[in-house]
Design a protein around this ligand. Structure first.
Ligand code: F0G
Length: 465
């Protein structure tokens, strides 16, 4: 039975096409805009026919069904993405689904950060707990399943490391081949090792992420290879499902704020789509404000909003140690802008020093994350200081990647080797104290019990002081 009922709709000019009619770069042939996946029940912006009530899935039935599937032994039910498949009918045959049981990620509280910031309720949805250690798995299961159903043998992406790790793993599961373009020397080793481990053809290009995208675009235009970057709208159908999972975990209560890191700028809009769809279907009474945080050195959206109100993107030459979001010319910036406007969220930027502090704080809660994910806590501090987020409001940070993705960064931080002297002098006095308390460099000692005891004693006195 054919169950795929979707179309693609250009987010710029509104043109609709059948999913199978899309070109290899996932761009509208009329205006070059990006597509959204839409369904007969979707709320379509002005000008299009809205769905009639009879076509809307029933909210209570969905809640019940999604809960029931949790006890199933079927792989599609055990997946935290495909468990919600009623709202992402993008494949005709569920046998084509490629899953590693992604999703089902924990929602943690951050008691120390809450106390320090004076915000009652800070939670972290840890997407780094996915099978390949990042939120990309939720999108990759969706897009790779579509690629498999459409008979592709090859898939490809340009990546700062996480997309490529996820793509390589899912392609391997599907028995398909994958090509990865990564900027040479600018991704974390853990991520590079993953794409090799999962058998991708890994190509390091002597350029940055944006340069990798250019080569990839030429490649998919010439060969039958499915492009799996986040311009592929099927990715975002998977990446919207953590929004469903999140409110389900909160017993259908809606937080006031959701904060995401911004790189190529697709994920914020994917989550906003998930929240908007739930709202439209009556699953939730309102949508949270979705805010996007960029690193100061890779801040094209922030800059564009400051300088021209988001009229035009001002690309930047990106540079940040949070290599996952080292992107200067993000493809999905207009979608991100729409997410900010429809949800009422903000875009902020944070410095390298602020990212490092926030990362150490998240680590000290026993959770940990990669540097790019820590921009969420650093950004939250700014939004609280600006009075945009109040004490009694509920905040969810989306931690996008696992701490083991970039252990070099963590080790450099704790050894005090992350920053140049000049950068260190830019850290405020109060933050210096926090850094000093959080840094836990390894201690090298002779293997002699007395020496070890003496060292422990001095450490433990410090703790008790
Ligand atoms: N956090 C992490 C850990 C990421 O890997 C990325 C993007 C983002 C946040 C930003 O998400 O691009 O949707 O705004 N990584 C991509 C990659 C670009 O190739 O792995 P976005």
């Amino acid at each position: 039975m054919k169950i795929a009922t979707h179309e693609l709709r250009c987010t710029e000019c509104g043109t609709r096409i059948a999913g199978t009619a899309v070109n290899s770069i996932f761009r509208c042939t009329i205006c070059n805009g990006l597509y959204d996946v839409i369904y007969p029940w979707s709320a379509i912006p002005n000008g299009d026919t809205p769905a009639t009530d009879s076509r809307l899935p029933n909210a209570s039935a969905l809640r019940w069904l999604w809960q029931e599937r949790r006890t199933s032994t079927m792989s599609v039910d055990q997946s935290g993405v495909w468990r919600f498949r009623d709202l992402l009918p993008i494949v005709d045959d569920l046998d084509h689904v490629v899953t590693l049981r992604e999703g089902n990620t924990p929602l943690y509280d951050l008691p120390r950060a809450s106390k320090a910031l004076g915000v009652d309720w800070i939670l972290a949805k840890h997407q780094g707990m996915n099978p390949t250690g990042s939120f990309k798995d939720t999108g990759m299961t969706a897009a790779l399943s579509v690629a498999r159903e459409r008979g592709f043998e090859w898939v490809a992406c340009a990546s700062t490391g996480n997309t490529s790790a996820a793509m390589a793993a899912y392609a391997a599961r599907a028995g398909m081949r994958s090509i990865v373009f990564i900027p040479e020397g600018k991704i974390a080793w853990g991520k590079l090792s993953q794409s090799m481990d999962y058998g991708a053809l890994t190509i390091q290009l002597k350029t940055d992420f944006d340069g990798c995208v250019n080569v990839l675009t030429d490649l998919v235009n010439r060969f039958p290879i499915m492009l799996l970057n986040s311009v592929n709208p099927y990715r975002l159908e998977g990446q919207k499902t953590p929004a469903f999972e999140l409110v389900e975990q909160l017993e259908w209560q809606v937080p006031e704020h959701v904060i995401v890191p911004g790189g190529n700028l697709a994920n914020g809009s994917a989550l906003a789509k998930g929240f908007s769809e739930m709202h439209h279907l009556g699953l939730i009474p309102r949508i949270p404000k979705v805010s996007i945080i960029q690193a100061e050195g890779a801040n094209p959206l922030y800059r564009s909003l400051q300088e021209n109100g988001g009229e035009e993107l001002i690309p930047v030459k990106a540079n940040t140690r949070a290599t996952a979001i080292r992107i200067g010319n993000p493809a999905s910036w207009r979608k991100a802008l729409r997410a900010l406007r429809t949800t009422g969220g903000w875009c902020e930027q944070v410095s390298e020093q602020e990212i490092a502090l926030a990362k150490a704080e998240i680590g000290s809660e026993g959770i940990g994350c990669e540097p790019a994910s820590a921009v969420t806590l650093a950004g939250l501090k700014k939004l609280v200081a600006q009075g945009k987020i109040g004490r009694e409001e509920r905040v969810v940070l989306i931690l996008t990647g696992h701490t083991l993705k970039d252990s070099t960064y963590t080790i450099d931080y704790h050894r005090g080797e992350l920053f140049t002297d000049e950068e260190s002098t830019q850290i405020s006095g109060s933050d210096q104290i926090l850094h000093a308390a959080l840094r836990k460099p390894p201690i090298v000692l002779d293997a002699d019990t007395d020496t070890v005891f003496r060292a422990l004693e001095s450490q433990m006195k410090l703790v008790h002081a």
